[in-house]
Design a protein around this ligand. Structure first.
Ligand code: 2HG
Ligand code: ZN
Length: 526
């Protein structure tokens, strides 16, 4: 299994692109310079050592994991509990200081990266993981397959929560390759989907309650709301997917499920996406429900085949491969193998299949999929376009993707598409596109998704990358309502401006591509 580390070993130093420079010049909004009096009060609140001011200490918080998104923080504050978060926010509200909440900094759309001297509010010290409460003792909610629950701090890593659930014989049903570093708060902020989304739904489906701090320091305690307090607006629900723009999530009560007793994984080689979709349909019908259904394509399989320790099942890599995971009785592996024996050679375009039944073989097959992001990062800074296609549009989109990129000026670019096929969420990575062509490539790819009836934003969220796209696909009335909600929660606009909401950063222009493109983009393996 792979994990991602902080961006600490990426090249230091903020870079500024023309779009950001334009935004900064036009800024007339909240103050972003951090006054000395504020800094010393912040240090009193969190204690010495938890207000980071020196450039080398701030650096890992100022660039995302991929190196695409950069900015400058005035300081980084690391509160140790909810009360400290409340005092920090109240102080910033009083001073009109912009705050950028940040978790494990594994996001891929720039949603946690500061700019213009904002204060980074790092939640990683809120990493407590409570005791698991099993269903009988737990409160209501969570649906029939909820077997227990756990209360965790926003800064707890996804892996720490998974381990705690496992120790109690249960499962936290969200999983990502970045599990060791990604925080629960970050996954709530983006409503992350992940590798089990087809079976258990996204993070939103796992959140039973939330604790958050409003911008003026007021505590919003919706961790264990009593029934009567459930009347009216779902305030906790509003915060899931809000990307740090409405309030700061400090803790969550998460649902746990019973883990499947027996699992089997297969990777099926096909001549393209259409055959992969047919395999997905037949396996779901014969052995389903699917625990996971992930698409890989030749370009990505070729990259991961070079990774140390990876066992490539098909040489040369096929045009497409589907990873399916199923659960069931002790003979689920045999059932999967029998279904695939019917499919390989009989269904047009299905070339070969390998099945993993014991834990080591299953992990080896999963590694093919999970190694994608790290191998891509070793190639350069990818332009990441995470999108969702409706079932009828999936095949046409994938088949046309390379042509779209080429015609938009990315003739020399490498296009790697993979993702959560079971829910139509595709991660299109384009490596080696010249910075000047990035807006055109983005426009071509995202525009074609919209034309096919899909969403230009998938599980990675909107972030800094796609606020204008949100405005293009949501009706004007919706967008006005989003702005009204934002004003109600954050009247001065100091929480994560420029993220999610179109036009929330002074000077941000319709259609502007607010990218920070790295110099080394596309220069081959680092
Ligand atoms: C995944 O599904 C992540 O592995 C990362 O969402 C996707 O690197 C990417 O584009
Ligand atoms: Zn993903």
């Amino acid at each position: 299994m792979t994990s991602r580390d902080r961006a600490a070993d990426l090249p230091d130093g903020p870079t500024t692109d023309p779009a950001t420079a334009r935004s900064t010049a036009a800024a007339a909004g909240p103050a972003t310079a951090l006054p000395a009096a504020l800094l010393s009060t912040l240090e009193e609140i969190v204690g010495p050592g938890h207000l980071l001011r020196a450039a080398d200490l701030r650096a890992p918080f100022e660039v995302d994991w991929t190196g695409r998104w950069r900015g400058e923080a005035g300081a980084v504050v690391r509160p140790g509990d909810t009360a400290e978060v409340a005092r920090v926010l109240a102080l910033c509200d009083e001073h009109g200081v912009v705050v950028v909440p940040q978790g494990g900094n594994t996001g891929l759309v720039g949603g946690g990266v500061p700019r213009d001297g904002a204060l980074v509010l790092s939640l990683t010290r809120l990493d407590q993981v409570g005791a698991v409460v099993t269903r009988g003792a737990a409160g209501a909610g969570g649906g029939a397959d909820t077997a227990g629950e756990v209360v965790v701090g926003a800064g707890a890593s996804l892996a720490a929560v998974q381990v705690r659930a496992r120790e109690a014989g249960l499962l936290y049903p969200v999983d990502l390759a970045a599990r060791d570093t990604a925080t629960i708060g970050g996954t709530i902020a983006t409503d992350a989907g992940g590798l089990a989304v087809v079976r258990h739904g996204p993070t939103r489906a796992q959140v039973l309650g939330l604790e958050a701090v409003l911008v003026d320091g007021t505590l919003l305690d919706r961790l264990h709301p009593p029934r009567a307090a459930g009347l009216g607006y779902d305030l906790a629900g509003l915060l899931v997917g809000s990307e740090g723009t409405l309030a700061v999530v400090t803790a969550a009560r998460l649902r746990l499920v019973r883990p499947p007793r027996h699992l089997a994984v297969a990777v099926v080689a096909t001549d393209g996406i259409r055959a992969a979709l047919e395999v997905q349909r037949q396996v779901a019908q014969a052995v389903g429900p699917l625990e996971a259904s992930e698409l890989m394509t030749r370009a990505g399989l070729s990259l991961v085949a070079q990774a140390p320790g990876v066992r490539a099942p098909f040489v040369p890599p096929p045009p497409a491969a589907l990873l399916v995971e199923v659960a069931g009785a002790p003979d689920v592996g045999e059932a999967l193998s029998a279904t695939l024996a019917e499919v390989v050679g009989h269904v047009s375009g299905v070339q070969d299949a390998v099945v993993g039944i014991d834990a080591a073989d299953r992990a080896a097959l999963w590694q093919l999929r999970e190694a994608h992001t790290e191998r891509l990062a070793a190639r350069g800074v990818a332009l990441k376009l995470d999108v969702v296609l409706p079932p009828a549009g999936l095949a046409g989109f994938i088949e046309g993707l390379e042509g779209l990129v080429r015609d938009a000026g990315g003739a020399d670019a490498e296009v790697v598409v993979f993702g959560h096929l079971g829910v139509g969420d595709l991660h299109c990575n384009v490596v080696g596109v010249a910075p000047a062509q990035v807006p055109a490539v983005e426009q071509a790819v995202l525009g074609s998704v919209v034309a096919a009836g899909g969403s230009p934003c998938g599980e990675h969220g909107v972030g800094r990358q796609k606020p204008d796209w949100l405005a293009r696909v949501r009706p004007a009335g919706d967008v006005a309502a989003l702005h009204a909600v934002k004003r109600a929660f954050d009247p001065r606009g100091i929480l994560n401006p420029g993220v999610l909401l179109p036009g929330s950063l002074p000077g941000q222009q319709e259609g502007s591509a607010d990218h920070l493109v790295e110099d080394q983009q596309g220069q081959g393996p680092a």
